[in-house]
Design a protein around this ligand. Structure first.
Ligand code: C5P
Length: 237
């Protein structure tokens, strides 16, 4: 497997991002670029990170009508990232359109970005689903439903909480990737994440990749935290 931990680069500018990576000797590790950085810097930020040999998960969580998603993914396929994603709430046709856009947009001979479906955000819990979104179904069922739907439409995996990874693997098979945010190292706060897990627990539950942000970026010694997370991961068979 490739390096399992994607560092969430939730910084407002490239300047701050590159200073952070350099000062903490984290050049070349897998990274996740989200809306905050991408909306400020645009595709240039991907080019800069690629020059520094980072594997990249472009986390824009697209959700729109299938035609728009198809055309957006066709464009994104050309900037050469490893992972992109869409919201499961967009439905089967939208996921299918996303996959088709990636297939049509990837330049000949280049690696096609893998498509992930965001199941239910790890900042949400059952109470939020019920009271804010008016969804009565159990959260776990929603997650499995989105995963199955994603797989049927050609997605390569899902973004989910570590706690749901085992159930997803049971339903969708071991090859269907599970990428899990909401990771906290033992002694850091949960911030706004609700369904959290440690790297060790996430691996035990069947996660293929972890996304970690603030536990590392806001730590006093980020490099040490990153290495601690890798160590925890590597100690699980
Ligand atoms: O700081 P923290 O480790 O909570 O960061 C998690 C990162 O993963 C954030 O960039 C967030 O946008 C992202 N993410 C998430 N839940 C999802 C999908 C992505 O927290 N379901």
């Amino acid at each position: 497997m490739n390096e399992p931990i994607y560092l969430a680069l939730d910084f407002p500018t490239w300047e701050q991002t590159s200073v952070f990576l350099q000062e903490n000797h984290l050049e070349g590790i897998p990274v996740k670029v989200g809306m905050e950085l991408f909306y400020r810097e645009g595709p240039e930020v991907i080019k800069k990170l690629k020059k520094q040999n980072h594997a990249i998960f472009l986390d824009l969580k697209l959700h729109d009508i299938p035609t728009t998603i198809y055309k957006s993914m066709r464009n994104l396929a050309q900037i050469g990232v490893d992972f992109v994603n869409v919201h499961g709430f967009g439905g089967a046709d939208m996921i299918k359109a996303a996959k088709q856009g990636l297939m049509d947009g990837t330049p000949y001979g280049e690696k096609q970005p893998k498509l992930l479906v965001v199941t239910v955000l790890t900042s949400m819990d059952q109470n939020m689903l019920n009271t804010q979104l008016g969804i009565a179904h159990p959260l776990a069922n929603m997650v499995t439903h989105f995963s199955k739907m994603g797989k049927e439409q050609g997605a390569d995996g899902v973004v989910c909480s570590a706690h749901e990874a085992t159930g997803i693997k049971n339903v969708c098979g071991n090859d269907f990737l599970t990428v899990t945010p909401g990771i906290r190292l033992t002694d850091t706060s949960s911030n706004d994440q609700k369904r959290i897990a440690t790297p060790q627990l996430a691996k035990q539950m069947g996660a293929d990749y972890l996304v970690i942000g603030r536990s590392i970026t806001e730590a006093e010694k980020p490099k040490q935290m990153y290495e601690q997370a890798l160590k925890e991961w590597n100690h699980v068979d």
